[in-house]
Design a protein around this ligand. Structure first.
Ligand SMILES: C[S@@+](CC[C@H](N)C(=O)[O-])C[C@H]1O[C@@H](n2cnc3c(N)ncnc32)[C@H](O)[C@@H]1O
Length: 267
């Protein structure tokens, strides 16, 4: 599951939790310098744009810049194009591991995508070097791999008759300690902010945390199974989560979610 490209993305299920996923995207966007959206002939890139929700908000925040969303998933790109009317926002198919901008970038923005790429930390200095002096690289990645939501995937995978089929799923790519990103980027930066936030996400409904991860981290497991095994595995995982994330007195399930933010300004 370290390779987001080989996973089929279910745009509708992903968007079910769009509000919770939007909050960190906006927190990251809040650190962008408006001047970088006004550089003549420079674009803002949304790397791993998914269904384009954030690309469209970037275009509202930066009304003078072309905004280009890049993603490897045809399904996500189709959704993004079908929901976007502003001709200033365009979407291209591409692999983030080999990203080459068509227009020079003033801002490289990425919300919840690089955690899918092996060795992403080694790509970040190269991304920063694509920017002009003062340009910004802004990245948010979930860093929740040690939480029960993610640890229970492995626990459920090895605890049933599906065990042999699920050994093919590669472990989640590690998002490193914050200081590792600081050390790698600092020599190239005039300013660098690295921080973490833990969002106490209030969820509702049946199996809310399992539903949440079904559209992201759990997908590579589900895709390897046929019915009825697929549902049996899902239920085993959901049962583990029900213990880890109890429903509160008001019917809400709190799902704490740790995220890492990096905002780097090119020296
Ligand atoms: C969790 S979604 C985030 C989408 C969007 N940034 C958002 O926050 O709503 C991750 C996206 O990264 C894309 N992705 C994963 N690996 C990729 C790669 N190597 N190259 C391009 N896109 C990739 C997936 O297709 C998916 O749309």
């Amino acid at each position: 599951m370290s390779d987001g490209k080989s996973t089929t993305w279910d745009a509708n299920l992903y968007l079910k939790f769009a509000d919770h996923r939007m909050r960190p995207a906006l927190d990251l966007m809040g650190r962008l310098d408006p001047a970088n959206g006004k550089l003549p002939c420079h674009a803002i890139y949304d790397l791993g744009c998914g269904a384009g929700n954030i690309s469209r908000i970037l275009a509202e925040r930066f009304p003078e810049a072309p905004v280009v969303g890049i993603d490897s998933s045809e399904e996500m790109l189709a959704k993004a194009r079908s929901q976007t009317v502003d001709a200033r926002v365009t979407f291209d198919k591409g692999d983030l591991a080999h990203f080459k901008p068509g227009l020079p970038p003033g801002i490289l923005y990425s919300n919840a995508a690089y955690q899918w790429l092996d060795g992403h930390i080694d790509m970040f200095p190269g991304l920063l070097k694509l920017l002009p002096s003062g340009g910004q690289l802004a990245i948010q990645m979930p860093r929740n791999h040690e939480a029960p939501s993610h640890a229970s995937m492995h626990e459920a995978a090895v605890a049933g008759p599906w065990r042999d089929k699920l050994t093919k799923v590669r472990p989640i790519v590690r998002v490193e300690e914050p200081e590792r990103y600081y050390d790698v980027l600092k020599p190239l930066c005039s300013e660098l902010e690295v921080w973490e936030s833990i969002y106490q996400q209030p969820l509702t409904g049946k199996d809310p945390v399992a539903q949440y991860t079904s559209s992201t981290g759990l997908r590579p497991y589900l895709e390897l199974l046929q019915e009825p095994e697929r549902t049996d595995f899902y239920n085993a995982y959901a049962a583990l989560l029900a213990k880890a994330y109890p429903t509160r007195a008001d019917g809400i399930t709190l799902f704490p979610f740790r995220r890492l933010f990096i905002v780097a300004r090119r020296a």
